[in-house]
Design a protein around this ligand. Structure first.
Ligand code: BGC
Length: 347
């Protein structure tokens, strides 16, 4: 077991980094600030360890930037139209931090909280966070847990658990940006991706609120039903691509029954590193880092637009308001549980 200090929060609380490892030399580092994954080191085909997620060297950089590198997002990942949520007949106005909409729940959310350590050993870390009644304008005291497990089969399993004392929203994701050639390798356009569905939720315009329909990707640049280079059609003159400057779309996994199933596969030719994604969530957001501005990352790296891609497992964007979509509502008599697995291998 290994821990290191990782800087501090704005009010001077110590941030700690916890390292997980397995028998195949994989290493995953997690900090208690935002229950954030700060690195995932995987051996490439040349035997060299590559860190395949974007991140920073210090807590202060996580607090100063708004990319959500590796953080847990809650209580609600993605967008809510107008920042309005109606629960048990009462409407709550959330922060309007993305045009008139709410994105990733606004400030003071899961991603900037200092989580409590519940359990830690070489393969596993469990963290908890109490999001109090009224924080971010959500009702109910919500106790949330995130558990990361690194297995000897090279799977990183993320489990989410939560309970609440009032009906509220529960839609968590991990916001890691992957670059399977290494976090400092630049544009991810040559890396290949497959998404295991032909359905997605089109957005109305550049503000990225879904229309409410579920459409086929067939014949569009959003089609990743077969392995395809991420960059192949990223500049297409197709309205859904133009709206968001690349990919920033939710795919429907047709998973209302919440069974663990494969959602995506990605691979990089140069490192030989492949990754399979499994989840029990109804949706997965492909975001190609379209809005990463040029700035300094960990170990002297410079990051920029499209230097990483996210595969954010989630309920659909604005599902809290959209009748056609499964709603991410948690009631006091229920317990939330969800899991996503990122599995690494050599091609
Ligand atoms: C959203 C993007 C946003 C990014 C960083 C992603 O989940 O879909 O639109 O720019 O997070 O906040």
């Amino acid at each position: 077991m290994k821990t290191e200090q990782f800087g501090q929060t704005a009010d001077g609380q110590k941030v700690t980094k916890y390292i997980l490892s397995n028998k195949n030399s994989l290493k995953v580092s997690v900090i208690d600030l935002g229950a954030t994954i700060v690195s995932i080191e995987v051996p490439g085909k040349d035997g060299r360890l590559r860190d395949v997620v974007l991140g920073y060297d210090d807590a202060a950089d996580y607090l100063a930037n708004d990319c959500y590198f590796g953080t847990i997002v809650g209580r609600n990942a993605n967008r809510i139209a107008g920042g309005k949520v109606t629960l048990d007949g009462r409407t709550y106005q959330l922060e309007q931090n993305d045009n008139e909409n709410n994105l990733h729940s606004g400030k003071n959310g899961f991603s900037s909280a200092l989580w409590q350590l519940e359990e830690y050993d070489e393969h596993k870390i469990k963290l908890s966070y109490l999001s109090e009644d009224g924080v971010q304008d959500f009702p109910g005291n919500m106790k949330a847990y995130v558990t990361y497990t690194l297995t000897d089969q090279n799977e990183l399993i993320i489990e989410y658990d939560a309970e609440t004392d009032k009906t509220t929203v529960a839609n968590f994701t991990n916001h890691s940006y992957f670059n399977l050639d290494g976090h400092d390798s630049g544009y991810v356009g040559k890396q290949e991706l497959k998404i295991f569905t032909s359905l997605y939720t089109p957005v109305v315009d550049s503000k990225s609120i879904p229309t409410g329909s579920i459409a086929s990707v067939s014949g569009t640049p959003l089609d990743f039903t077969k392995m395809k280079k991420i960059g192949k059609e990223i500049e297409s003159d197709f309205d859904q691509i133009r709206f968001v400057n690349g990919y920033d779309h939710n795919y429907s996994l047709e998973n209302d029954s919440r069974k663990l199933k494969q959602a995506a596969r990605a691979k990089a030719a140069e490192s030989g590193i492949g990754m399979d994604v499994y989840t029990d969530c109804p949706g997965i957001q492909l975001y190609t880092g379209n809005y990463i501005s040029e700035h300094a990352g960990k170990n002297g790296a410079t990051y920029g637009q499209r230097h990483g891609f996210c595969l954010e497992t989630q309920y659909f964007p604005n599902s809290v308001n959209e009748e056609n979509f499964l709603a991410p509502i948690l009631k006091p008599e229920e317990k939330y549980h969800s899991q996503t697995r990122y599995c690494f291998y050599l091609n």
